[in-house]
Design a binder for this molecule. Structure first.
Ligand SMILES: [Zn+2]
Length: 76
């Protein structure tokens, strides 16, 4: 899978990027509860070291964005 960095324009394979997934665990009555919140995966560019989201977390609130084709949600 090819990923293009929105900051510097570097285009590389997904294996070249660093993926950070934040997970929070809650302990309730000595049991670990899984967090219900949805968190996007942060992708860090190997060239400019800037992070961005592969999938826009606010995508669902938008329909078609004219200037950023990556946000295009053609199914809706
Ligand atoms: Zn970059």
């Amino acid at each position: 899978m090819k990923i293009k960095c929105p900051h510097c324009g570097f285009e590389g394979d997904s294996s070249e990027y660093i993926f950070i997934y934040e997970v929070t665990l809650y302990v309730v009555d000595s049991r670990v509860e899984r967090e219900e919140r949805e968190r996007p995966i942060l992708v860090v560019c190997p060239k400019c070291k800037q992070g961005f989201f592969l999938d826009n977390p606010y995508k669902r609130f938008y329909r078609y964005q004219e200037h950023t084709s990556s946000w295009r949600n053609s199914g809706v």
